[in-house]
Design a protein around this ligand. Structure first.
Ligand code: TYD
Length: 222
């Protein structure tokens, strides 16, 4: 059976994930790959319903454990409704945030118990581990500056509004994940020009896709 490829994009606020996902999607489509672009929290109708509860801050008073369970519930629905079916039919899935966001935002800066987080992750992904995770690394002061400029007059969301110190801990947590899982994770310098970041991402993604033997639509006989 055709097996596609699952790529996740991670990083702090304002690192440019959505711009870069759109660029990689274009490149892949240009080479005739079947591409699915999705995001978390959300990506499926059930998960999008939970997204609003999380990002509005409505769940914040109930504590980080409640939020972590909601992220996991949303992820489980997203995996089973969207990601797994797409990968199984041979598509390349590009997902804006996935399990590492929970490890970092809920696990590390939410101070949740590691064993609890591991178990929640196992249930939520049900074996759907990313094949490649691109971590867009940026000084949080610069990331927040970019995120503020992009937001304009809208108020910061539940997570953007936290202190610079919290954002710095998240950056370190992402880099620690990359060090502990070098087979899966590639750190990309997001302070480089958008074209430079695009090139670094394309190089890492195409190398990994080729190594896995994933084929474009025509060659895969679709
Ligand atoms: P979003 O508006 O999609 O922001 P971004 O452009 O930064 O990706 O908001 C997603 C927010 O949710 C972001 O601040 C990170 C947070 N988040 C978690 O805390 N845990 C998770 O598991 C996920 C997927 C996201």
């Amino acid at each position: 059976m055709a097996r596609g490829f699952f790529i996740t994009f991670e990083g702090g606020e304002g690192a440019g994930k959505s711009t870069q996902i759109a660029r990689l999607a274009n490149k892949l489509r240009g080479r005739d790959f079947d591409v699915v672009v999705t995001r978390e929290p959300g990506g499926s109708p059930g998960a999008e319903a939970v997204r609003h509860v999380l990002l509005s801050g409505a769940a914040e008073p109930f504590g980080p454990k409640m939020e972590a369970i909601l992220f996991a519930a949303a992820r489980s629905d997203h995996v089973e409704q969207v990601i797994r079916p797409a990968v199984e039919r041979g598509a390349v899935v590009l997902c804006d945030r996935f399990l590492d966001s929970s490890r970092v935002y809920q696990g590390v800066t939410g101070n949740l118990d590691a064993a609890f987080m591991t178990e929640l992750e196992r249930v939520a992904i049900n074996g759907m581990m990313p094949d490649l995770t691109l971590i867009l690394d940026l000084d949080p002061a610069e990331g927040l500056r970019r995120a503020t400029a992009r937001r304009g007059l809208d108020t910061p969301d539940r997570y953007e509004k936290e202190t610079l110190a919290v954002h710095r801990r998240r950056r370190e947590a992402y880099l620690a994940i990359a060090r502990s899982e070098p087979e899966r994770c590639v750190v990309v310098d997001a302070a480089a020009s958008p074209a430079g970041v695009e090139q670094a991402i394309a190089a890492a993604a195409f190398a990994a896709i080729e190594k896995a033997g994933v084929m474009p639509k025509a060659l895969a006989g679709q």
